[in-house]
Design a protein around this ligand. Structure first.
Ligand SMILES: [Zn+2]
Length: 85
């Protein structure tokens, strides 16, 4: 299942940076994901699959920049299942 990374998210990855940092800020989303070490500010690009494999958990989430962008991206026929009811 793809992980909903957003620019500004802080994620914990399984493999620590050589500086000892475990947490990374997402700075770019694309075919590759740009992440910046929160400890030393070193920036790296990793394929999305690599980031997802190393992903442990979100440390903090970015506020959604535009809630309507996500709503409009959902196809009208694809009703999300309501699991909260
Ligand atoms: Zn680092």
């Amino acid at each position: 299942m793809p992980i909903d990374f957003r620019v500004g998210d802080v994620v914990r990855l399984r493999r620590p940076h050589p500086c000892g940092g475990l947490d990374w800020t997402v700075v770019r989303i694309g075919a590759d994901i740009g992440i910046r070490c929160t400890t030393c500010n070193h920036r790296v690009m990793l394929p999305r699959g690599d980031v997802e494999r190393r992903f442990v958990r979100f440390v903090s989430r970015a506020p959604h920049p535009d809630p309507f962008a996500e709503v409009n991206a959902v196809e009208p026929t694809a009703e999300p299942e309501d699991e909260s009811a």
